[in-house]
Every structure is written in C-alpha cells, then in structure tokens.
Design a protein around this ligand. Structure first.
Ligand code: NAD
Length: 469
C-alpha cells in the first residue's frame, strides 16, 4: 500500500487524537499495558520484575528481542508515523531528517555483538571477564531527539541485559509513549517479558527525582542539558551524563574550501540543527573567509550583514542570553520571517560575521544560525575554537590539510567527537566510519554509548583448570 504525506499526516492526527481522547476523558491508563504506567513506583517495580525474568532467559531470546525492536522501528509506516508525530508534538526539527535518524538508530545501534568477553588462561586456570547488566536503568531523554534516544537506549540497554525506565521530556511525551508501546509490542511478539521498557503517563520533575533515588534503579543515564546531567551526577548512583555542546567548525587556509562550505552547511541544517553534535559556529582564517562565505551561500546560506539586524536576531532567539524554545529546531526561513528578514525560499542557514563574544557565537542555539568569526591564523583559530566549545568535551570539526594542525587541535580541544574534513554527522557514522548513538557521554567519559556502556565488568575465576595451552 502506498501512502502519501497527506495520508501519513492524517494517520498521525488520528493517533494523536486517540491519545488526547484517553487523557481528556480521564480514562485511567491500565498500568503495565505496553509499558505505560500512571505511577513511577509501579513502573519501576514492574521493570524490576521484568528484569529478574529476563535474567533467567536464554541469550537467544535477547537476540530475538533486539531484532524485533529494530524491525518494528524500521517498518515504514511506524517510522513515518513516529517522525511526523515528533515534529508535530515538539514543534522542532524536520520530518525528512528525523526519518534518517530513526532508520539510522534502528538499523545500526550496536546490539549484543558489542559485548565481547575477555579471558586469561594459565597454570592457575581460567578467568573470564564478562559484561553483565546493572539491572533497572533510569533514562532521561531530550526533546531534541525523543524517538531516536528511546530506540537507541532501548537497544543498547536491553542488549546488555537491563530493563529501562524512561523519563521523557514532558514536551515529547506522546511520541515517547508511542515508541515505548511499540517496543513493548515487539518484545512481546518475540516472546520476551512484559515491561522490560516502561514509562509514565505524566512525567514530572518529581517523578524523575523519584526515579533517580529509587533503590531498585541501579544506574542512571541522562541525555540532555546541564540541569539533568548535574542531577544524575549528584544522585550517588552510577550515572552516565550526555550533556550539552557548542561544536565549533574551524577552517584554515589549507582546507578544500568548497567542500568545507558544503559540509558545514549540510551538518548545520541537519534536523534544523537539533543534534547536539551539529555545527553551532564557524571560526575561519581571514585569508579564506570571503571565499568560504561565498561558497556557503552557494549551498543555501543567507548572509545577514547589518549589525543591528544581527543584534536584533540574537535578542529574539536568545533573550537575556538564554535560548528561546520558540526558535529551537525551527527552519532558517521560519526564524528569518519571525525576525522580519526577507530571505529566498531555498535558504537553509542564516549566517553572519560576528565578534567571538557575540551570543550567536557563544550560545548553543540549536537552530540553523551560524555566527562566523575571522582569525588571523590557524593557531589563533585553534585557541578560539577551544574557548567556544566551553570545555564541554563534546564535538568539534576542523577543515584542513595540515596534519600537524589537525593533530594539535584534536589534542587541545579534547572533544569526544572530532571530525576532520567532513560534516558533523560523519561523527555519528553517516559518511564516516563507526556506529551511531544519540547519547554522547562527554562529561562521564563513556563517549559514544553502546551496549557495553550499560554493562558491569565482572570477573569469574576457575582455579586450576581449563587451561589447554
Ligand atoms: P533538557 O535538559 O531540557 O531535558 C532533558 C531531560 O531531562 C528531559 O527529560 C527533562 O525533563 C529532564 N530534566 C531536565 N532537568 C532536570 C532535572 N533538574 N532533574 C531531572 N530531570 C530533568 O534538554 P533538551 O532541551 O530537551 O535537550 C537539549 C539539550 O540536550 C542540549 O543542551 C543538547 O546539547 C543536549 N543533548 C545532548 C546529547 C548528548 O548526547 N550529549 C544528546 C541530545 C541532546
């Protein structure tokens, strides 16, 4: 059956309406139906019971469950419904790129193959190092990638043998519930326990706090801004913190400028700049700055030159230095219109030159606006890029053919992802080698999380035996 965009939108509306009707009529959620609970305590108890059951099942079932989650999320109508829903509910990002992200995490998030065992053998016998589960993991997800984070975390956490309680962002709750329900259906169809993946109907700060301090939750994973990362790191539990970034793209005079311009624009406007890894500002050596801007315009950038217009734009999108949610994840055209700037229909990114102290350069805006700063030389550029990254240790890009300077920048900036001569998303395995994730743990050092990040390293020792050297 072929369904066009209008058809999909109609289906999404129907699904959203169904959820609304259930809520408005006060119809109680049947606790545990496809992983959805009213009460956080009940959700955690159910996930804990599910985990105990999961632990005694054969590994073959785990493989089946992971494949079933991939299959249900790769199914065209599910993926399309979820991505339309995410855009409609959050008002952020764009459908086509969300679809790319949905297929990326569903197909390529590492599964159980990520959990290789290690061993030592000798006169004293055999010692195994195995990666085993924590138990119930509490996971907080951002508005910016709601479905991608739930799919990505579920595959990694369940592959490592855990159960997971999600505390989604309230502004993405419908999309999150829809994903949790589908995942539960997939697990059930694969023959797995009910409620391995759960969430609550009305997430609040209080319910997130309860989850963080519940004794049955043995590990926390926060994907979001500094508030939630600090909260999990203060919990006293093992925690993974995947926090904010402000990724700079540095271009020096040796770079392939035409390619750099294309890569920067492509990376910056992907899902309207929502990914935490996306290019947020540009630092360019003066000698090639004009040519870079000329080429950025060829790829859909619109340059704002009037400094008053630039300042007004900054005041609109980041009043008092705080990002306005009204513009996060909106398109360049939408933002330009709101700011009273006339731009051509095919505008993908708004660019402007600005001093390094300018809010459009300093702040993680999460929208397709790029402040551009000129520097005299690459050394000054490296130092400035390090400053603008604010020590987040998240992501940076550099466009250069100078191997020494590429090496110097990667050492100085210490980011979890450092992309050389490519768009930011190459760091997630799109046009670059490696697996994808949407939980990039800079502060706590797991880096690009995968199943092994959610596992405990345990040693099992057999004395005086099984050595066949
Ligand atoms: P956010 O911090 O507002 O929300 C993230 C989650 O944390 C939500 O579920 C929210 O309800 C919860 N939360 C927030 N403060 C909390 C607190 N004090 N206690 C308990 N829960 C709390 O993030 P957002 O605006 O939805 O997402 C954007 C931010 O997330 C950006 O800064 C972006 O860089 C970052 N991010 C990072 C990664 C990564 O992998 N490092 C991935 C996606 C987004």
């Amino acid at each position: 059956m072929n369904i066009d965009t209008k058809g999909i939108e109609a289906i999404v509306k129907k699904v959203m309406d169904t959820i609304d009707v259930a809520e408005e009529s006060g119809k109680p959620v049947v606790d545990g139906e496809n992983g959805l609970f009213q009460d956080m305590n009940n959700a955690i108890d159910a996930a804990h019971a599910a985990w105990k059951n999961y632990m005694v099942q054969p590994l073959a079932l785990r493989y089946k469950i992971i494949q079933a989650i991939r299959d249900i999320m790769m199914k065209k109508e599910n993926a399309e419904t979820i991505c339309h829903m995410a855009v409609e509910e959050t008002g952020m990002g764009n459908y086509e790129d969300k679809l790319t992200k949905q297929y990326l995490v569903s197909s390529r998030t590492p599964g159980m193959e990520d959990l290789a065992a290690d061993c030592w053998t000798g006169d004293d016998g055999l010692t195994l190092l195995e990666l085993s589960p924590f138990g119930v993991i509490g996971a907080m997800c951002p508005t910016t990638n709601p479905n991608e984070t739930i799919i990505n975390n579920s595959i990694g956490m369940l592959a490592a043998g855990n159960a997971v309680v999600f505390a989604p962002h309230p502004k993405a709750i419908k999309t999150s519930i829809y994903c949790v329900k589908l995942i539960n259906k997939a697990i059930k169809a694969a023959g797995g326990p009910e409620n391995l993946v759960v969430t609550t109907e009305h997430p609040t700060m209080e319910s997130a706090d309860l989850m963080m301090h519940h004794p049955k939750v043995r590990m926390l994973c926060a994907t979001g801004g500094p508030g939630v990362v600090n909260a999990v790191l203060s919990s006293g539990k093992k925690a993974i913190g995947a926090g904010a970034g402000n990724p700079p793209a540095l271009v020096d005079e040796t770079a392939n400028i035409e390619q750099a311009a294309k890569d920067i624009i492509d990376g910056c406007c992907f899902d309207n700049n929502l990914p935490c890894i996306a290019e947020k500002e540009v630092v360019v050596v003066d000698q090639v700055a004009d040519y870079l801007i000329f080429n950025m315009k060829k790829h859909g950038a619109f340059e704002i030159k009037d400094s008053d217009v630039i300042d007004n734009l900054a005041a609109m999108v980041a009043p008092d230095g705080r990002v306005s949610r009204d513009y996060v994840g909106k398109s360049a055209k939408y933002i330009a219109k709101a700011a009273g700037i006339e731009v051509p229909d095919d505008t993908r990114v708004l660019i402007c030159e600005a001093p390094s102290s300018h809010p459009l350069v300093q702040i993680e805006l999460m929208m397709p606006i790029l402040g551009i700063v000129r520097v005299d030389n690459v050394d000054e550029g490296i130092d400035l890029a390090c400053d603008l990254e604010h020590g987040n240790r998240h992501t940076a890009m550099m466009h250069s053919k100078n191997v020494d300077k590429l090496t110097e920048m990667s050492k100085k900036i210490q980011t979890t992802i450092f992309v050389k001569n490519g768009p930011s998303y190459a760091g997630l395995g799109v046009g670059g080698e490696g697996y994808p994730t949407f939980t990039i743990a800079g502060p706590t050092g797991e880096g690009l999380t995968s199943a092994k990040s959610f596992a405990r390293r345990r040693r099992c020792v057999l004395c005086k035996g099984f050595d066949i050297k």
